[in-house]
Design a protein around this ligand. Structure first.
Ligand code: ADP
Length: 402
């Protein structure tokens, strides 16, 4: 079974073609700068194998349909493509950011499903429209292939009301569906399943805290395999400190900025999403640059690192309280997988909670899933590389093969 996984953004399409028998990636790539003067199409064939080779082309790409057609050209190139015809593709998995309260699981795409994703646009105005572009184009260009929507919010639909309700006038929930939804669900669900394998017990018996630290970051409390609380909220702005997003702030900040600096709401929104977080504190949003600056004595880089790790620790301890008993904590994504300093600082001083890191294991570099806790640690600490494309592909395969 060959599956195409599509993550369609406002000016980009990320894609991966997988052969599901061996879960092998046949091709992986990106269409960038759609709608700009010059676009870019990149493809890596058979990545991480001896046959790996890359191709890229620079040319204008007017819209998502043109971008997808160029991907098809590359995949079906008679000289060195890897499929003869688009009909070889047995199914398509689409990443969709916001499923609202309508979607609790991967869903076969029909006209009704498209309408429901449209209905949720007010909850994710920047994400759902380009996701829908990808779906429309793929339905047109691959009419024979069943298409599946995988929602970032779906895994968190198991949260109880006490975790998803905000203490606001209830009409806001009843009429506008203002509530916590949570995101990165595909990653948290994938990491939780891998955690269960490493613990050697069924996922349904596992209590976990999964810590996804990338450009966007979130933490999830998982009870008996189900999400019961998560740090991202109605939008992907709440919670942890992120690359350019602030995470938790006092909601009265908006009024202060408006009254004292004359800022308009769209400016405030842009500032909180794009100019805050690590970047806001120290001007850099890549942890590798921040570590270099810290080593050079940059005080605000040190503040940025400290605020990030302190917030992680606060959330972690609150999720330990939510769960009571925890089998494992798992770090994932760019920072979680690669940054031993952030992991150590985020767990510092938690010995009394049964959390003890093995310093050497924490610092050892590896790209595979591993345990980094000391023997004495009651709660296991894992690093588990996330793989959202594979998670989407597995769910797509499960759904279309019934
Ligand atoms: P996204 O949320 O965009 O998918 P990633 O999960 O790829 O992001 O994470 C990107 C971030 O991971 C970078 O901004 C950087 O801070 C961090 N990162 C990546 N590699 C390393 C590394 N080797 N050491 C420390 N941090 C890293």
């Amino acid at each position: 079974m060959k599956l195409l996984i599509i993550n369609s953004g406002s000016s980009s399409i990320k894609y991966q073609l997988l052969a599901m028998e061996k879960e092998a990636v046949l091709a992986s790539g990106l269409v960038e700068r759609i709608g700009e003067a010059m676009g870019l199409i990149k493809c890596t064939f058979y990545p991480d194998t001896p046959e790996e080779h890359k191709k890229s082309r620079e040319e204008p790409i007017a819209n998502h349909k043109e971008g997808m057609l160029k991907v098809i050209d590359l995949l079906c190139d008679p000289k060195d493509g890897i499929i003869a015809d688009t009909r070889e593709i047995n199914g398509i998995g689409h990443r969709v950011v916001h499923g609202g309260e309508d979607f609790h699981q991967p869903t076969l795409i029909t006209n009704e499903v498209v309408a429901a994703i449209e209905k949720n646009i007010p909850l994710a105005p920047l994400h759902n429209p380009p996701n829908l572009d990808g779906i429309r184009v793929a339905r047109e260009l691959f009419p024979q292939a069943p298409q599946v929507a995988i929602f970032d919010t779906a895994f968190h639909q198991s949260m109880p009301a006490r975790a998803f309700l905000y203490a606001l006038p209830r009409e806001l929930y009843e009429k506008q569906r203002v509530r916590r939804y949570g995101f990165h669900g595909t990653s948290h669900a994938y990491v939780a399943a891998e955690c269960a394998k490493m613990l050697g017990k069924p996922l349904d018996d596992c209590n976990l805290v999964t810590v996804h630290l990338g450009n966007g970051s979130s933490m999830t409390a998982i009870e008996n395999g189900k999400s019961v609380d998560t740090s991202l909220g109605m939008t992907p702005l709440e919670g942890l400190v992120m690359g350019t997003r602030c995470g938790d702030v006092d909601p009265a900040l908006h009024l202060f900025l408006q009254q004292n600096l004359g800022m308009e709401l769209p400016d405030i929104d842009r500032m909180l999403n794009k100019e805050s977080g690590l970047k806001g504190l120290c001007g850099m949003n890549d942890l590798r640059d921040i570590h270099k600056a810290v080593a050079g004595g940059d005080q605000w880089a040190q503040h940025a690192l400290s605020v990030l790790c302190y917030r992680n620790r606060k959330y972690l301890a609150s999720f330990l309280a939510v769960l009571g008993q925890v089998d494992a904590i798992a770090f994932t994504a760019g920072i979680g997988e690669n940054d031993p300093v952030v992991r150590a600082e985020s767990l510092r001083g938690l010995h009394n909670f049964g959390i003890v890191l093995d310093q050497q294991l924490n610092e050892a570099r590896s790209r595979t899933a591993r345990c980094i806790s000391a023997e004495a640690s009651k709660i296991k600490i894992f690093v588990i590389p996330t793989n959202e494309e594979l998670a989407i592909a597995r769910q797509t395969a499960r759904l279309i093969s019934g």
